[in-house]
Design a protein around this ligand. Structure first.
Ligand SMILES: [Ca+2]
Length: 270
């Protein structure tokens, strides 16, 4: 399995700057004031070790512990990790025919997607025992929860809201950036009434209004992982976790040597 698994999406490198910086007049003329996207820089609050063998596909915090889904065929796992040391405390390996993707927890269960295997595993939060599984159509990329529904990305601009008991779709939103559909939504995290999403191959996170799918903010994370910590294995930014108790936000990337606690800083002067 190659590290860049969706090479057909490379063109986004060229497409997305148009959205980001509004340098093309037709984009900026089309905007309404309500579509304005707030840009954020960041500060690093703390940094921690991260297993560089971990192809991070899902990330969430529960009770002060980090939970991580790592992908690749033959290497896919669900892990419980000590944030400060990066030590893997508990893990469950997937059968080699499954490529693990996003994961989240709701009501004492962990939900873990798979990329093209159309299977969402459900585990006991504490024991990692498999409690069941759901099937779905299309690909599985990221998953999070607003406390009621599961919210799932599939590589498109659509986020599906799913019932946690039967995986039935209850609604969906089409995510748009200044009026344009924004595809390749990847790892997700629900943070204080917003959905934060990695966008595949990009060094930023978008902040989405769950009610209408509009991107309301973008956190620019270029150069978060310094060159000195990049190796031949280092892959893209992916993985957002939020500790709702402490209000701490964590991010990392695929095969990164670090997990960062960050703070988003508005770039506009008010
Ligand atoms: Ca997450």
């Amino acid at each position: 399995m190659t590290k860049i698994r969706k090479k057909e999406h490379i063109y986004l490198y060229f497409l997305l700057p148009v959205f980001l910086f509004g340098s093309v007049s037709f984009v900026s003329c089309k905007n309404k004031a309500s579509d304005k996207v707030e840009k954020y820089s960041y500060s690093v609050i703390a940094e921690y070790p991260h297993d560089m063998r971990g192809y991070t596909q899902g990330l969430f915090v529960h009770d002060g512990m980090m939970y991580e889904s790592v992908g690749q065929y033959g290497q896919s796992e669900l892990r419980k990790v000590d944030i400060k040391t990066g030590e893997v405390i508990q893990k469950k390996s997937l059968d080699a025919r499954f490529f693990a993707e996003g994961s989240c927890t709701l009501n004492g269960k962990i939900y873990q997607l798979t990329w093209r295997e159309k299977t969402c595993f459900v585990y006991d939060l504490n024991t990692f025992e498999e409690l069941g599984k759901f099937n779905y159509s299309g690909e599985g990329w990221g998953i999070t929860t607003d406390g009621k529904s599961l919210i799932m990305s599939d590589g498109s601009s659509i986020l599906k809201f799913l019932h946690p008991e039967n995986f039935a779709e209850t609604k969906y939103i089409n995510v748009t950036y200044e009026g344009h559909a924004l595809p390749f939504l990847n790892e997700l995290e629900y943070i204080d009434g917003e959905i934060w999403a990695n966008v595949y191959l990009q060094d930023y996170i978008v902040r989405i209004n769950p009610a209408n799918g509009k991107v309301i903010g973008i956190v620019l994370l270029h150069d978060l992982l310094p060159r000195t910590l990049r190796t031949s294995q280092t892959d893209v930014l992916n993985g957002i976790a939020y500790d709702a108790t402490t209000k701490q936000i964590y991010v990392t990337g695929k095969n990164w040597l670090r997990l960062y606690e960050i703070k988003a800083l508005p770039m506009s002067k008010k």
